[in-house]
Design a protein around this ligand. Structure first.
Ligand SMILES: [Zn+2]
Length: 227
């Protein structure tokens, strides 16, 4: 998912980037010290909430809002190259996944693929490590979970930034498909995972693509809900 931000709200992110150059610092607020300072860790304690329904989306849960420390950390992970944040973010995502799919059934976390252009620019699809760490954390808590990147883009799509709700849907319509030979072979409940939900058009397209391959998504979980 793309991001945009006002200059003032970028301050913690920029401070954190500065800290990257100077030494260890909190990636959420920029204070020198731990990767995430105790204050921000408190603010970031996963408190999953159910997002209001969005057209075509499976029931979706978010670990937090797209604001404050949640947002700063997400931006640091996406754009600051702070790979060490993947594990921490995965743990928070796991809480949203568990809230979205309660019960004992095994889960299959399916990351929503980033646009190929973004993958090339950032040197990888950053949602995949999130899914991997989230599955690992669920297993650690005693819930059977795996992750599998079932989806891929079948055509080029534009950056969603600046597009309205209808334009976003049109931009993504039919854009995803299940990788050949990837479907089948699992009895686990599929849960879509992504970093941010905004209008929900990306999650809706991912759910549609899976449905077209006979895979019924149980729910979706994201790190942050943007309203
Ligand atoms: Zn902090």
């Amino acid at each position: 998912m793309p991001y945009s931000a006002s200059p003032s709200s970028l301050l913690p992110f920029l401070r954190a980037l500065g800290g990257l150059a100077l030494g260890e610092c909190c990636r959420a607020c920029g204070r020198p010290g731990a990767l995430v300072c105790p204050e921000c860790a408190d603010a970031l304690a996963a408190r999953p909430h159910r997002c209001p329904p969005r057209p075509g989306c499976p029931p979706t849960w978010a670990a937090g809002p797209y604001a404050g420390a949640d947002r700063a950390l997400l931006l640091a992970y996406k754009h600051g190259g702070a790979r060490a944040l993947a594990a921490r973010s995965g743990v928070r995502l796991a809480a949203a996944v568990a809230a979205s799919a309660p019960g004992p059934r095994p889960l299959l976390l399916v990351p929503v693929p980033a646009r190929p252009q973004s993958v090339r620019r950032r040197g990888g699809d950053q949602t995949v490590p999130l899914a991997r760490y989230a599955a690992r954390e669920l297993c650690r808590r005693g819930r059977a979970a795996a992750h599998r990147p079932l989806l891929r883009h079948r055509r080029r799509v534009a950056d969603q930034v600046g597009l309205g709700r209808g334009e976003r849907r049109g931009n993504l319509a039919g854009a995803l498909e299940v990788r050949r030979g990837a479907a089948g072979g699992t009895a686990a409940d599929p849960v879509l995972v992504d970093d941010v939900v905004t209008t929900g058009s990306t999650l809706a397209e991912a759910a549609r693509a899976l449905r077209a391959a006979g895979i019924r998504v149980r729910s979706a979980a994201v790190l942050a809900e943007r309203r």
